[in-house]
Design a protein around this ligand. Sequence first.
Ligand code: ATR
Length: 281
Amino acid sequence: MTKPEMSNFLNDCRVFGLFGNPVGHSLSPLMHNAAYREMRFNALYVPFCVRNLEEAVRGIGAMSLGGVSITIPFKSAVVRYLDDVEESVHRIGAANTIVNNQGRLKGYNTDWIGFVRDLKEFMPVKGKTFAVLGAGGAARAVIFGILAEGGNIVVLNRTIRKGQALADEFGCSFSPPSEIAKLSADCFINTTPVGMYPNIEDAPLEPMDLKKFAHVVDIVYNPVKTKLLKDAEAAGCRIRSGIGMFVYQAAEQIRLWAGMEPPLDSMKRVVLERLEKYERD
Ligand code: ATR
């Protein structure tokens, strides 16, 4: 870039961000910035390690940021600071995306959209039964998405009370994880952080419990093939990692912010390359 080109680029550049704590290891800046470059969308995506959420959200308007992604641990807490939210945010109780519309901040949840898009590429959803492990924000997005597509849910969760309450809220059934042997479902989905880097030797289920599921999905994407997925593959199940959901939820954010179609293949490639590098190092 020549000097005048650089100066124009910076003057017109829109700024988007990631609010979380910690944010140092997030792959979102890599993926978003790679997409913006390829799309020639004159914008930068910057990670912010947020210490005061309310003030940070006020800063979006104050500094004219175009929008932000929200990640752990703020997805639920952020909702009360927004001017307006989409219906899915109410139902899921969490927002992962803010759009700054001339000072009015609107919350969206693109996690469920990303999840469902990837799941539908993996297997049919309508009329199928999904055993969903976990009762946190990720589980809520997954359950909301599957129900929206006409699938059936059985919730499993370590803390029975929390799992039962979630199942009641969404009108689905609950099973304690200890009774998994009695369960019948087409697909098992892990929404807990069990098996995520650095605890890569952990798995949320015993290998012998996996055989009965034709499909196994882990929304964890680091490592790409978790212990759960390795065990499931060895048991003859079809497997799916969280990479697709991660890329698609970001793609939906870019559609909201830029109004353009993001380069999905490049986004997935930069993320996979970085994860493979982590695994080598
Ligand atoms: P998120 O919003 O990212 O989904 P969360 O709200 O902390 O995160 O929820 C994490 C979920 O993973 C919870 O359902 C938790 O189970 P409990 O309700 O019993 O706490 C589940 N989870 C976390 N660590 C777990 C572990 N080691 N074994 C089983 N479940 C676990």
